[in-house]
Design a binder for this molecule. Structure first.
Ligand code: HEM
Length: 406
């Protein structure tokens, strides 16, 4: 129904994304990979799916994830780079975040090799191109065929063995041989254990897990590289900034949140009206009318974030209910399920640095800087040319022992 209406004020976006009569609209073209996934479901079906998948966060999930899964996955993904004394951050960021996301989704990588991670990444690239088909300039049916081929490769190589391993464990649980704590803590296990088999047909299960892989990998990788750049360039201006970043991990997380605000991985969210809806900032929408919520633009609103809203300034004060990263993780019923995983908990007042949850982006970057990571002065970073988004295409870094944190 014509061009989408545009909403760009932070408060109007907060209200709009909470409206019960607006349903997800950005992924209709990408149904080949997105149909029936949690991001596209609406109303009661969405609520049930979200509650189901939220079970992955049971008990002390984040504590366990940040202290057990994360260090092992990071060390395994980075060993070669550390030994070489240098790396390329786009490649490294994708490898690390692909493995972290696969851990969360429940996709095993039995070989544990860089080649295996690359194979998974290539498949996820294709899934993502299918999901965002609405923006693709390539023939849509060609992309759909590529997505079907990627699904056909993903299923036997990655998904089927991951399902088989989990089903065997669930059988042992049912037989009383193990207890629930011995199960993997991931989305696939939750679905196989508690999901409705009629709802999760084999095709639906594949799309849901594939969605988690793409939801987590690209967004986390690009956000990590942006945050490296923002923090690095800001700190280079004054050595005292490096000292504070090293000594104050909660402050470090604040810097990551400031970067997340400036570079939201999803610059817009789209919704379609299910009935006539009066929407702040958009007027009256008829059923079928689409609305575009400009998350990136809202995150630089000077009325909310101040006159220097375009600048990286971790000292800025952000008053609740505005979050320090603005609308980067969305809001309302489709709020990103990976938000706390990547961004950690937003500190409200003083927190205990020993037990605080920092999020994987802050932990990954702290690890890099602690190893002395800096830009390679002989090989400066360059922007990506294959996408309209302002991402980094190549970002060479050196592990400089002289800069390593004691
Ligand atoms: C910096 C990293 C990330 C950013 C910026 C981000 C951003 C977003 C945004 C904006 C949405 C809402 C889209 C909408 O309302 O239309 C969303 C949804 C979602 N994200 Fe993320 N995301 C990130 C990382 C992750 C990770 C690591 C995971 C999990 C592995 C994840 C899983 C999800 C899921 C499952 C949804 C759908 C939730 C629902 O529809 O109920 N995301 N994300």
């Amino acid at each position: 129904m014509g061009e989408p209406r545009v909403v760009a004020s932070p408060a109007d976006i907060a209200a709009g994304l909470r409206h019960p009569d607006l349903k997800q609209a950005l992924y209709d073209e990408g149904a080949v990979i997105m149909e029936g996934t949690v991001l596209t479901l609406h109303g009661e079906a969405h609520r049930r799916r979200r509650i189901l998948e939220f079970r992955v966060f049971r008990k002390d999930f984040f504590h366990w994830y940040e202290r057990t899964v994360f260090p092992a996955t990071l060390a395994g993904s980075m060993a070669g780079d550390i030994a070489a004394g240098r790396s390329e951050l786009v490649d490294l960021g994708y490898r690390v975040t692909m493995n972290l996301t696969a851990d969360f989704a429940g996709v095993d990588r039995p070989e544990g090799t860089a080649e295996e991670t690359q194979a998974l990444l290539r498949l996820v690239e294709t899934f993502s191109e299918g999901a965002t088909l609405i923006h693709s300039t390539r023939p849509k049916d060609t992309v759909r065929d590529e997505v079907r081929a990627a699904i056909a490769a993903f299923e036997p190589q990655f998904l089927a063995p991951s399902v088989a391993r989990r089903r065997a464990l669930l059988d042992r649980l049912a037989a009383g041989d193990i207890d629930e704590d011995a199960l993997p803590r991931d989305v696939l296990t939750v679905i196989l254990h508690k999901g409705d088999p009629d709802e999760f047909t084999p095709d639906m299960l594949t799309r849901e897990i594939a969605f988690y892989l793409q939801a987590g990998a690209h967004s986390t990788a690009n956000s990590t590289i942006h945050a490296f750049h923002d923090i690095y360039t800001w700190a280079e201006a004054d050595p005292a900034r490096w000292a504070r970043l090293r000594d104050d991990p909660v402050w470090f997380q604040r810097c990551v949140h400031e970067s997340l605000r400036l570079h939201p991985a999803s610059p817009v969210a789209w919704r379609t009206a299910m009935s006539t809806v009066d929407l702040p900032g958009a007027g009256t929408l008829e059923a079928g009318q689409t609305v575009e919520f400009r998350l990136a633009e809202a995150n630089r609103d000077t009325g909310v974030f101040g006159a220097d809203a375009d600048a990286f300034n971790p000292h800025r004060e952000v008053a609740p209910p505005t979050l320090p990263f603005g609308h980067t993780f969305g809001t309302g019923v489709h709020t990103c399920l990976g938000r706390d995983l990547d961004g950690g908990v937003v500190p409200r007042g003083a927190v205990d640095p020993e037990t605080h949850q920092y999020g994987t982006i802050a932990l990954f970057l702290r690890d890099l800087f602690a190893r002395g990571a800096r830009q390679d002065r002989d090989d400066p970073p360059t922007r990506a040319t294959h996408t309209a988004r302002p991402n980094w295409g190549r970002y060479p870094i050196v592990f400089d022992e002289a800069r390593a944190w004691a």
